[in-house]
Design a protein around this ligand. Structure first.
Ligand code: AMP
Length: 234
């Protein structure tokens, strides 16, 4: 279900960030979270957490994630349904990395429609494959606070010290290697790219040029999201 413009403001704003690995979904979701008070819901982060904690879902997901494939719809849909029930999502959510298949998109519609709401906007971050590979291979995060960095595009102001929390340990995702990235791109083109058409047909699709700088993409997204949330931006 897609909300009509008259329905905006009723129920929690629900935004989807669509785009291939490396398009900047996680980076931009965090910025939208800070600016608009929305909650980022990243299925990749939730699955990595489930793997680290050794839960049943984590055990089922581990090998698939390492190979760059897609984790089963049932597992991912359950994780998202549980999260959307959580109190802290009441201000609205940015879905980052979900849905990734048409079955997930339909399940999301069902979950939201039971809450009397729907998707406000599905935002496609558009980049080309070559740029994604460069972005993914250079990225790393602070082990303490999760702030994202990139060897070429965003290094800490003081070498080896996180700008945000002062931490000095950084980590690189195990699936950010050339071979796995290729599989993740294939999964994107085969299973996730069709969602662009799915949301376009519902009138909910917005396209953003994600080849711009991080700040440029942030400006485009802010202009798009401000009217949806009703938050005035200076
Ligand atoms: P991400 O952090 O979004 O790049 O996701 C990392 C990995 O988690 C993906 O390569 C998939 O193996 C898995 N994953 C994350 N979200 C989903 C989803 N919605 N459906 C299936 N698998 C997912």
């Amino acid at each position: 279900m897609t909300k009509s413009s008259e329905q905006h403001g009723n129920g929690l704003p629900v935004l989807i960030l669509l785009g291939p690995p490396g398009a900047g979904k996680g980076t931009q979701a965090k910025k939208l979270e800070e600016r608009f008070g929305l909650v980022q819901l990243s299925t990749g982060d939730l699955l990595r957490d489930a793997v680290a904690r050794g839960t049943e879902a984590g055990k089922a997901a581990k090998d698939v994630m390492e190979a760059g494939g897609l984790v089963g719809d049932d597992i991912v849909i359950q994780i998202v349904a549980d999260r959307l029930e959580a109190q802290h999502c009441a201000q609205g959510v940015i879905l980052d990395g979900f849905p990734r298949t048409t079955a997930q998109a339909r399940a999301l519609d069902d979950i939201l429609s039971q809450k009397g709401t729907g998707v406000d906007a599905a935002i496609s971050l558009e980049v080309d494959d070559a740029a994604m590979i460069e972005r993914i291979s250079g990225r790393y995060t602070c082990a303490g606070c999760g702030e994202g960095y990139h060897q070429s595009f965003k290094t800490p102001e003081r070498d080896g010290v996180c700008d945000k929390c002062g931490g000095t340990e950084f980590k690189h995702r195990a699936d950010d290697n050339a071979e796995t990235v290729r599989s993740r791109l294939e999964a994107y083109h085969a299973d996730t790219a069709p969602l662009i058409e799915f949301y376009d047909a519902k009138g909910a699709l917005h396209r953003v040029d994600a080849m711009q700088s991080i700040a440029g993409v942030e400006r485009s997204l802010t202009d798009l999201v401000a009217p949806i949330t009703g938050v005035a931006v200076a």
